[in-house]
Design a protein around this ligand. Sequence first.
Ligand code: 6R9
Length: 658
Amino acid sequence: MSSAETSRSIDTVMREERLFPPPEAFSHRAHFKSLDEYEVVWEAAAADPPAFWEKLAREELHWFEPFTETLRWNEPQSQPFVAEWFVGGKTNACYNCVDKHVAEGRGDKVAILWEGEPGDSLSLTYAELQTEVSKFANALKSLGVVPGDRVSIYMPMTPELAIAMLACARIGAVHSVIFAGFSAEAIADRNNDAGTKVMLTADGAWRRGKALALKETVDEALAKSATVEHCVVLKRTGQEVPWTEGRDHWWHDLMQEASADCPATPMDSEAPLFILYTSGSTGKPKGIKHTTAGYNLYAKKTYEWVFDYQEDDVYWCTADCGWITGHSYLVYGPMAAGATCVMYEGAPNHPAEDRFWEIIEKYKVSVFYTAPTAIRAFIKWGDEHVDKHDLSSLRLLGSVGEGINPEAWMWYHTKIGGERCPIVDTWWQTETGGIMMSPLPGAIAAKPGSCTKPLPGVIPKIVDEQGAEVGADQGGMLTVAHPWPGMLRGLWGDDDRYKEVYWSKVPGKYLAGDNARCDSDGYYWIMGRIDDVLNVSGHRLSTIEIESALVSHPAVAEAAAVGRPHELKGEAVAVFVTLKDAEPTDELRKELKLHVRKEIGALAQPDDIRFTNSLPKTRSGKIMRRLLRDIAAGKELVGDTSTVEDYAALAKLRDDEE
Ligand code: 6R9
């Protein structure tokens, strides 16, 4: 490869040849049964995306008023970069997720199977959910909430959290869910940015047996949130809470007075449904804006396709609602499909490391969706926790949030899936609203570590710095060529940043911010965020490939690779490693360096290996490589750290020297 080529594409150092075709018994009753079938649908959708989505929108959503125009999108280069879908129509996301099922005679089907951390549980049918949601919608109305008002939600993973989201949708209020672990500062920033009118919280939240003081944190935030008029408090832990008369209201008091009669408000297709803040690489978090009809349709169809929805499924997504995965694949997608969803309040290792497997056995979960960070933790905790439980109800497994290292994939496949369950490695973002690339489990053979192929209606293109498409196996920037219904409709109150981040670098295409390559079979491999690429002696290396090589060593639980400045090479590879049982010795350090060299070549051999007990992660489990880069370079930590899950881990790393 010439140096001109290496300078604009990213070198692939890792090869993964294993192929796992869908089991026949699975394909037999799947939505998509063969690669041919998928290809026919994908080609037809790509030839005319609006026609493809129009048909689905008319069939799958309930319309108070039908739409008159499928897509309003000024061809690229022109303004305003915001697509409008199903223009002129009126629908309601809560109606589609709840009332539609009751109206169609499925009211007795269980919607939520909830498991509290201390072991309490609750099940709600779609009809019961309709009553609860209607009552809480009336409660919000009684506090003066009208369509378009913003409601911030800072609650534990209780059924009331889902009820609150749906109640907002029911009356056209815009929810902003804030992960119930963020600081008062982070809550206040988000409230002020959104102009929140009403705040929903709980007295406390259970986390590993301890009660976190949510209301106290919220009070601190509200002292700096001038727009908030009311605060509703769910009683969960029963702890003492500070109280402001007139502003604060108990959830149960409002519910007691609320009538269960609250028809869903017909909303414009493009009425904002929610804002969800996500960390930018620097500076303040971005308020990703999603709207009603397109998002709802996209969440529903992608849920049905990717998780191969069957009427008798018991589906469990372990994500918190403070993350987009909790929005699209715990609430809006599965509920629009009418699925039975397990919802769990607490930590995966409370009271013991087998809690997830216990829940799968208890509820006979058939489809399980979690994140690589959790999978790597399970591997570290040991197989004995898995072996205690009967996981034979499982038929399909999913992964989201980061690339799944091939070795973690293999463990998930054999240990959890009993070698019979397909795995869907789903690539998508807060911005995309729903899954963009993933195997369709009955149709597309998996390659461990690849999110495989785009869903119907999604047209990815990998481009170089000049915006030209790159060839097979050449890494480049991942973009999407045509609008899709689930895409973001902007950043709340910041059009300039929206244009700058997503539309300025590559004209006319949505810039995802990830690097990727597509192999000669048309399989996509995500190589990490654009700003995470390492440049070693002119070779651009992907973080995920180096990390996967490390994770394939039996001593390694997790690894994060970053670049640090190096006089000769430009950048040197620095890695942070957590171990399974092994001792962190110099011997092992040498062995790991050689292991990477053997697996992927001398180019990628790490210069530094630092052992640590844990890696700094975002709340959704993504390794914060940006911060590790600063640590590796010996710099002070700057920028937004509000999304770091465990600041202590970070501080410790900074203070530890190799
Ligand atoms: C859903 C979600 C988005 C970023 C995305 C990418 C990474 C997500 C991935 C993946 C490789 C996958 N990512 N899924 N990378 N393989 N299957 O995670 O949304 O929190 O906005 O993060 O996560 O880097 O750009 P969000």
